[in-house]
Design a binder for this molecule. Structure first.
Ligand code: 4AD
Ligand code: MG
Length: 462
């Protein structure tokens, strides 16, 4: 048995030989004693043409009536067809029906909108676009592991169930062991989940960072790569309630080391995917985002911009733009601001550094000015924030005073604070939003279209 992907390299030597292929029918055409099937076997985008004749097939009539979507196995002769639209085809000796398909199959041969396909997550990988997205997603995950493993980083599996709120935003999904019928309700019938993970409060992790830092302070260069959860009620094309994050953490490193690592990683991923998925990227470039290929090539070959938050605010104020959210020093950057900076001012990815402490998490290292922290966000055209990171506050007294200032429960973070006492050192890290990276690589503009089963506000089907 072979695959359509494998044939790309081997077909030229297989002229006249018998091969076997299994896949799903994209189209069937027939006229009297001759028919054609366009077969896609999932191994790549290309479909292969199957020619079948009444002379060869006992079940000719049945095959001619096959519905789109049916699964079949074909045994036949591979024939090179120079000059034809496709370089080779298969002349069927026999075709077995593995599974037929009713005529109400939703993916009939025509173009469907991404919104329509979103309603059928289990079927959309049968389309060219989604098969390409999920192949790129798989390659991208592999590229990330390859990048870190080649540099000696250790992959640490941080917990999904945790008691801490890394980002301090209170956007956590609670975990409970209660019988659903026993969950207490308030007077208005709202559920009170209370604190119940075997008697303790627990939630799904929003970030693996706090758990991975101690590993950096033991094993130097480490990373997590896993699912994270945010109960933020933002119904946008870039936010999901469940998304994957890659979080490297490096010891004896400062913010500049952190940005250098992030820049190397993004370029490595792009180069790897351009090399390993040229057909997919060409497809996205043609059908989804016309400037994609050129943009990716430029990014891989140019230096990322660097600008301080304070300068960025000045640039935004001088822009003359009528932003929906007005800009002033101290405000958090909104997507419109992030996109203006990366698309119009820098026209490439840009790191913004030194954000006001008020809009960043407690663990970021305080700068000399006492107002800003050693934070960095990487903003990229088309997306906005792709990466968020920082140098960490390694000074125990400064860390504790930040925790107290923010009204967090210090007792909950004793284990974390202790990492600063027991040979703590300068260290830094960042989080890459995996889905945003896939959006960046494919030009897909909605996070729901790069997650196999998106969990966003209001959707948790399948
Ligand atoms: O900026 P964030 O919240 O940073 C952290 O969680 C840090 N603990 C990371 C670290 O320093 N180790 O999230 C990091 C990235 C964002 O830049 C964004 O790409 C992505 O995660 N992200 C989301 N992606 C999809 N849906 C959401 N709701 C996201 N929230 C953040
Ligand atoms: Mg962020």
């Amino acid at each position: 048995k072979t695959t359509v992907a494998a044939l790309k390299n081997t077909a030229s030597q297989l002229d006249g030989q018998t091969i076997t292929l299994s896949g799903w029918v994209r189209t069937v055409r027939d006229s009297k004693a001759l028919g054609f099937i366009e077969l896609n076997d999932g191994s790549c985008f290309s479909s292969i043409q199957i020619v079948f004749t009444e002379e060869k097939l006992e079940n000719f009539k049945q095959i001619a009536k096959l519905s789109v979507g049916s699964a079949i196995t074909v045994e036949g002769t591979l024939v090179l067809t120079p000059g034809a639209r496709q370089p080779y085809e298969v002349q069927a000796e026999c075709i077995a029906i593995e599974g037929d398909c009713p005529p109400d199959y939703p993916l009939q041969k025509k173009r469907h909108s991404f919104e329509f396909l979103r309603q059928m997550a289990p079927l959309r990988p049968r389309t060219n676009t989604f098969a390409a997205v999920f192949r790129v997603r798989s390659l991208c995950a592999y590229a990330i592991h390859k990048f870190f493993q080649e540099r000696g980083f250790v992959y640490v599996h941080t917990p999904i169930i945790t008691a801490s709120d890394c980002e301090g935003a209170g956007e956590m999904f609670q975990v409970t062991t209660m019988d659903l019928n026993d969950i207490p309700k308030d007077g208005e019938g709202n559920v009170d989940y209370g604190q119940d993970f075997f008697g303790k409060q627990a939630n799904l992790t929003v970030s693996g960072q706090l758990n991975v830092e101690p590993f950096a302070l033991s094993m130097r260069s480490v990373y997590t790569f896993g699912p994270t959860f945010r109960a933020e009620n933002s119904n946008t094309p870039r936010h999901a309630a469940e998304f994957w994050m890659i979080e490297p953490e490096i010891a004896f490193a400062d913010l500049d080391d952190d940005m250098a690592l992030a820049e190397d990683m993004v370029k490595y991923i792009i180069n790897y995917v351009l090399e390993q998925a040229p057909d997919e990227i060409a497809f996205f470039n043609q059908f989804v985002d016309k400037g994609l290929l050129e943009r990716l090539k430029n990014v891989a070959g140019s230096d990322f911009g660097r600008v301080s938050y304070t300068e960025a605010i000045e640039l935004l104020q001088k822009s003359g733009r009528n932003f929906q959210y007005p800009v002033a020093w101290g405000c958090d950057l909104q997507t419109e601001h992030e996109r203006y900076l990366s698309e119009e001012v820098f026209a490439r990815p840009v790191f913004v550094t030194g954000y006001p402490k008020e809009i960043k998490a407690f663990y970021m290292r305080m700068n000399e000015d006492g107002k800003t922290v050693a934070a960095m966000d990487l903003l990229v055209p088309g997306i906005g924030e792709l990466i968020g990171g920082s140098q960490r506050e390694e000074r125990e007294e400064v860390l504790v005073s930040r925790i107290e200032e923010l009204g967090m429960r210090k007792e909950d973070y004793t284990w974390y604070i202790n990492t600063r006492r027991y040979g703590g050192c300068k260290h830094a890290g960042y989080g890459l939003g995996f889905e945003r990276m896939i959006m960046y690589l494919t030009g897909m503009s909605n996070i729901r279209d790069v997650l196999p089963y998106p969990r966003t506000v209001g959707t948790a089907e399948y």
